[in-house]
Design a protein around this ligand. Structure first.
Ligand code: PLP
Length: 596
């Protein structure tokens, strides 16, 4: 039943479900996007840790809000404004119940987890941190639970300390116990790691923190969609999460805080709605929660979040947790059978996500992501905003598959079958190359000569080759194939130059002026992803051995359009490619003095 536009009654969970059954097919019906195709294949969405898909009920709530309920809140005396205000505040009550907060006003609406953590780090840092104090984060954190605390420490003179982890990706809480002293003011840890899926024993961390007088903030971004959250039971001081990882809209999130703390802390942003009285001499602040909600908030986002919470409650998080535990168990079991796989992290308690790399034959995480995408499978590749975790495990990037309530064992089987196929094809290709002339590890670096009379002439020839391929899959495969032909100079180049900024993969370029010329440049380069190596080979054909001025003047945008680059390369990869071209153009100018 659709609530009427003036409904002021809190939506109640609508789904009739028995505790034992979990009808995933029925749940999938609620998510329109799951019926779509990606690259001509049924979408297999395994990037839920980045963001979840949206149920129809949530989408409808957003549309309904904008069609019939929209007005600014807390200000108008007229009906619509009061309706919007009620919807907004009702959503706060939904959040309160969802996380079992004592009072609704303890739930502050933010833009997401990142803003929630920044809020606390800023105001707690301002009011409660000083030189000699210690702030603890863990080795398992997302950058958004590291950088705000670094900033707070820089401003206050406090010291940032790191809770270590073991090789399974579990925090060493006995070590934390030894590190803690009355100097500890704050412990900020995630509930569930986005990179490894580790569930942290946050209850124990809270107890340990409180025992020495520290406050504890929990980053719940990866927890709230997978199991019940009870801030009273956890006894944490702050808990932050994002709506978009909980089947709600982007740009909205929640920060829960203990009332006495929120009341004691200074405001974060100043502006409308957060004040009681303002004069030029002095401002007094509004009560909670308004004190922390300056300016017009994302009202529709809050309404959407409320609808998403209704939806999740109607399914039942206990049952979601049980279903996902089965999925993760199946995923790990199946992944272990994939040849050459190394699963990163092996925590005893895990939720949501599994990270891995393929070692034998080595396939860069980004290449795996691109190849899986062609099969309609969406996974995340990269450092997952957790560079310290990648460093700890000695890998530049991983592939991460992450599940939500609507995923099925069958989808995991599709994913594993695709992975097996990619690994087998790569192994076959590597074996073929090994028996052929094997371009790997040249004794000496060879700079390619000019491939044509000008970059434009070379670009025309490359474009004609691309015309032979009809679809994006074939074009992308061709670039990968080119990548396999590029001589392996990665380790040599890495020693002599710095990484090209802006590329997802590690890219090294070494340009120089062509001997006995004053105006020509040539370059060698390598990367740790096959598709980028293919791009390098194309760039060498375009630019190496050419006149610097022609390199600088080359219209790469037109070339990208001509070969339809955007169809077969992600926007992130395009940015990386542009980064390489910028590096080449600036080197051409520096080496020869040529100008555009
Ligand atoms: N913390 C964790 C553990 C996360 O996984 C993420 C997002 O991936 C964040 C914080 C940041 O969330 P948001 O970008 O929604 O603010």
């Amino acid at each position: 039943m659709k609530p009427s536009s003036d409904s002021l009654v809190l939506d109640q969970p609508k789904r009739e479900t028995s505790a034992s059954s979990f009808d995933v097919a029925r749940i999938r019906e609620d998510f329109p996007i799951l019926k779509t195709k990606s690259n001509g294949k049924p979408l297999v969405y395994l990037d839920n840790a980045a963001t979840t898909q949206k149920p129809r009920a949530m989408i409808d709530a957003l549309v309904r809000y904008y069609e019939s309920q929209n007005a600014n809140i807390h200000r108008g005396v007229y009906h619509l404004s009061q309706l919007a205000t009620d919807l907004y505040e009702q959503a706060r009550v939904k959040v309160q119940r969802f996380i079992n907060a004592p009072e609704a006003r303890q739930a502050i609406f933010t833009r997401g987890t990142t803003e929630g953590i920044n809020l606390v780090a800023t105001v707690f840092g301002r009011a409660m941190l000083k030189q000699g104090d210690e702030v603890f984060v863990s080795a398992l954190e997302h950058h958004s639970n590291i950088v705000p605390w670094q900033l707070a420490c820089q401003h206050s003179g406090a010291t940032l300390r790191v809770i270590p982890m073991n090789d399974d990706g579990e925090l060493l809480l006995d070590e934390l116990e030894k590190m803690l002293s009355p100097r500890a003011r704050m412990i900020a840890v995630n509930h569930v790691s986005n990179a490894l899926g580790t569930i942290n024993d946050v209850r124990r961390i809270v107890k340990m923190g409180h025992a020495v007088g520290a406050k504890v903030l929990i980053d719940g971004a990866q927890a709230v969609a997978h199991n019940k959250t009870d801030v009273r039971e956890l006894d944490c001081d702050f808990y932050a999460f994002s709506g978009h990882k909980l089947f709600g809209p982007t740009g909205i999130g929640v920060l829960y805080g203990k009332r006495e703390l929120l009341e004691a802390l200074p405001p974060y942003h100043g502006g409308g709605d957060m004040i009681e009285t303002v004069t030029f001499e002095k401002t007094t602040y509004a009560q909670l929660p308004n004190k922390f909600e300056a300016g017009t908030p994302d009202i529709a986002g809050v309404v959407g979040l409320g609808a998403a919470i209704d939806y999740v409650q109607s399914v039942g998080l206990d049952r979601v947790a049980a279903h996902e535990a089965e999925l993760i168990k199946h995923l790990v079991e199946q992944l272990r059978q994939v040849p050459g796989v190394r699963i990163i992290g092996n925590a005893r308690h895990r939720a949501g996500a599994v990270s891995f790399i393929i070692n034998d034959p080595p396939i860069a995480a980004h290449d795996l992501g691109v190849a899986l995408d062609m099969q309609g499978i969406a996974v995340r590749t990269g450092h997952h905003c957790c560079q310290p975790i990648m460093d700890r495990f000695g890998v530049p990037a991983t592939v991460r598959a992450s599940v939500a309530m609507y995923n099925t064992k069958e989808e995991i089987d599709v994913f594993i079958a695709a992975l097996n196929k990619i690994v087998a094809a790569e192994a076959k290709m590597k074996a073929k190359l090994a028996t052929a002339q094997a371009p790997s590890a040249p004794a000496e670096i060879v700079y390619p000569k000019a491939a044509a009379a000008s970059p434009q002439a070379a670009a025309d020839a490359v474009a004609e080759e691309f015309d032979l391929f009809e679809d994006r899959e074939a074009k992308s495969e061709y670039v990968m194939e080119l990548g396999r032909k590029l001589p392996h100079t990665f380790d040599l180049l890495k020693k002599v130059t710095t990484r090209v900024p802006g590329c997802m993969s590690e890219v090294y370029i070494v340009p120089r002026r062509v001997a006995d010329t004053s105006d020509r440049v040539e370059f060698v380069a390598d990367a740790n992803a096959e598709i980028v190596r293919g791009e390098i080979l194309i760039l060498q054909r375009l630019f190496s051995g050419q006149k610097a001025k022609d390199v600088i003047d080359f219209d790469y945008e037109a070339f990208f359009r001509r070969i339809g680059l955007d169809q077969f390369i992600t926007s992130q990869r395009r940015n990386g490619l542009e980064g390489m071209i910028r590096r080449l153009k600036s080197s051409a100018a520096e080496l020869t003095g040529a100008k555009s």
